[in-house]
Ligand binder design. Structure first.
Ligand SMILES: NC(=O)c1ccc[n+]([C@@H]2O[C@H](COP(=O)([O-])OP(=O)(O)OC[C@H]3O[C@@H](n4cnc5c(N)ncnc54)[C@H](O)[C@@H]3O)[C@@H](O)[C@H]2O)c1
Length: 313
């Protein structure tokens, strides 16, 4: 989607962190920005930045788990701004840290409801509207680098994020032939407030469950010398604004994956090689790939081209 000027971006979880960074990048690109978030106070705090810049913006209080409210929010946006072109499913909550068998069903339902079903709700509510008006559009869902390369003790978080990647890859296939694209956004560590906001939005009946949570875990100090001065890991976090710019670039380029940290390239290679080693070392049936071409060949992967380095502006 090359031309973003004057187009409408509906971004969930946009009152804080990465979502706000995406909203600012969309505003900078000349888009009309919808800040959809469950926390009204945070929306009120986010809006002045856009108003001071003179960028078109509207705040919508929305719980992404509420399907009827989602449809009402979409109606309200269309009434104010007209057609929606870009949907960014970014709202999420953190998941308990520790082995999955210590999670509770209630906790699972809450986290899955916001971070995964919330994305489905967004797609089912907004995408048919984008397809119906026929103008160019794009859908991005925020997964995580942890959806590609797992973090021990974060099974639920990693599963939701891996599910989001699979969802967006398949959506990109299914949208082929339309003028709407789809991307899985898989950021590494970025400045955000997931821990604090997750506690704030947690239903009262879950407040005392699973207080140990994860969002990005601190790096293990394995190879650090004893008594070495503490390294300030926060210096390595990407800013939400930069992450937002990456998303806008990914929308413009039509990237299947929007990634942030090339430091994970080696990790991904290690994982891909593990998968390849796990295929039995045995002769291949020559006709298999052709007979099952719908399973074995997917042109969507070849659509991802090399993303340029820092001088991309
Ligand atoms: N920060 C990181 O390092 C990082 C890395 C990878 C992925 N992510 C993902 O990025 C997304 C944003 O994370 P962040 O760090 O910016 O967090 P954040 O807490 O700063 O922002 C999340 C926003 O989502 C909103 N939200 C929560 N529940 C909602 C609901 N039911 N309906 C609507 N809005 C809701 C919150 O109010 C908050 O404003 C999440 O999906 C997270 O998993 C973050």
């Amino acid at each position: 989607m090359k031309n973003l000027q004057g187009k409408v971006a509906f971004i969930t979880g946009a009152a804080s962190g990465i979502g706000l960074g995406i909203a600012k990048a969309c505003g900078r690109a000349g888009m009309k920005v919808v800040i959809a978030d469950i926390r009204q106070k945070a929306i009120d705090e986010a809006l002045p930045f856009f108003k001071e810049k003179g960028w078109p913006v509207m705040g919508v209080q929305l719980d992404v788990t509420d399907r009827e409210a989602y449809a009402r929010a979409a109606d309200e946006v269309e009434k104010t701004f007209g057609n929606i072109h870009v949907l960014v499913n970014n709202a999420g909550v953190e998941a308990p840290m520790g082995p999955l068998w210590k999670n509770t069903f209630k906790d699972y339902d809450f986290i899955m409801g916001v971070s995964f079903t919330g994305i489905i709700n967004g797609i089912l509510t907004i995408l048919p509207r984008i397809l119906a008006h026929g103008e160019e559009g794009h859908v991005v869902s925020t997964a995580s680098q942890s959806g590609l390369y797992v973090v021990p003790g974060a099974a639920l978080y990693c599963a939701i994020k891996a599910g989001t990647v699979g969802l967006m890859e398949t959506l990109a296939c299914d949208l082929k032939g339309t003028n709407v694209g789809a991307s899985a956004f898989c950021p590494g560590p970025v400045v955000g407030n997931l821990s604090a906001t997750s506690k704030e939005v947690r239903p009262p009946e879950l407040q005392n469950d699973n207080q140990e949570t994860v969002a990005p875990p601190p790096p293990p100090p394995t190879n650090m010398e004893k008594n070495a001065p503490m390294f300030d890991f926060s210096k390595l976090l990407m800013t939400a604004e930069e992450a937002g710019e990456r998303v806008v670039r990914g929308i413009r380029r039509g990237d299947l994956y929007i990634l942030t940290h090339p430091e994970f390239r080696e990790s991904m290679q290690e994982k891909m090689e593990a998968i390849l080693r796990a295929y039995p070392d045995q002769p291949l049936k020559p006709e298999f790939r052709q007979a099952f071409s719908f399973l074995t060949q997917n042109p969507i992967y070849k659509t991802q081209t090399q993303v340029p380095g820092p001088d991309w502006n």
